[in-house]
Design a protein around this ligand. Structure first.
Ligand code: FE2
Ligand code: FE2
Length: 255
């Protein structure tokens, strides 16, 4: 690795550890974490829709359970093992008003791909126990875009995912979702599932500024996933409804 690249890598690692919460969920996070009667379900919902809080929670968990670093740890498991107040206090530390630029499009894209990925997994009869993993892979696939840097977001994301200590299958999704031809490990199920979810969201859900990545899906992906091409028509409405629910959740209690 040349010097310039290692300096960039260091910069990404530092920003991963200090990343501020998203402007989109900031007020909702304040509302939930400062409430006198903290509700575990609300805390779970908050973390599971915000890619940054999701990663911060994973970092905290890895700190207390270093042996589990690199395994997939669902948010529900983390809240139970660490206890609700530890997680809440950790989030509160990051709730400082920042002049973070509006990342609304990216935020909604992350959630939409998470939801679409879970819908696809359901349609494909993937074991229910893995739904959280399939959702998380969609939510985090563009994590590299949250760190402004001159490198491609797949490279930035891979460095960030390693720093966070994400499960290897999630790291692969982050690193290869735009270059599956370079992926040479045998289990491509999760990766292909997210690639399809990303395609669907770019093409049908919201397209502003996302055209660059909206390339047609290779037939081999449809075949591997064993899905018909008209599949999305049947779930389009449901996915939009889920996104609307999350938008409502973010605004609830603020205005
Ligand atoms: Fe991407
Ligand atoms: Fe994407």
């Amino acid at each position: 690795m040349n010097l310039e690249k290692s300096a960039i890598e260091k910069q990404i690692k530092n920003s991963v550890l200090l990343m501020p919460p998203l402007a989109e969920t900031l007020e909702r996070a304040q509302f939930i974490c400062k409430s006198h009667t903290l509700n575990g379900q609300l805390l779970y919902k908050l973390i599971s829709i915000d890619p940054i809080l999701f990663c911060q929670t994973q970092i905290l968990f890895n700190y207390f359970y270093p042996k589990l670093t690199g395994t997939f740890n669902s948010i529900s498991k983390i809240i139970i093992l660490l206890n609700i107040n530890t997680v809440k206090n950790h989030i509160l530390q990051f709730i400082v008003k920042t002049k973070a630029e509006q990342q609304k499009q990216l935020f909604l894209h992350s959630i939409a791909v998470g939801i679409a990925s879970r819908f696809i997994a359901k349609e494909r009869n993937i074991d229910r126990k893995k739904f959280e993993l399939y959702y998380a892979a969609g939510l985090l696939h563009d994590i590299g875009k949250y760190f402004s840097c001159e490198l491609d977001h797949c490279i930035t994301g891979e460095i960030a995912a390693k720093t966070i200590g994400l499960h290897k299958s999630l790291r692969n999704v982050v690193a290869y979702h735009h270059n599956i031809q370079e992926y040479n490990e045998h289990d491509s199920d999760l990766l292909f599932n997210v690639v399809l979810a990303d395609y669907f969201v770019h093409k049908y859900i919201h397209t502003a500024g996302t055209e660059k990545y909206c390339v047609e899906i290779d037939d081999s992906i449809w075949k591997t996933l064993n899905l018909k091409k008209d599949f999305f028509a049947s779930v389009d409405k449901d996915i939009r409804a889920e996104i609307k629910k999350i938008e409502k959740f973010i605004r609830a209690g603020i205005y």
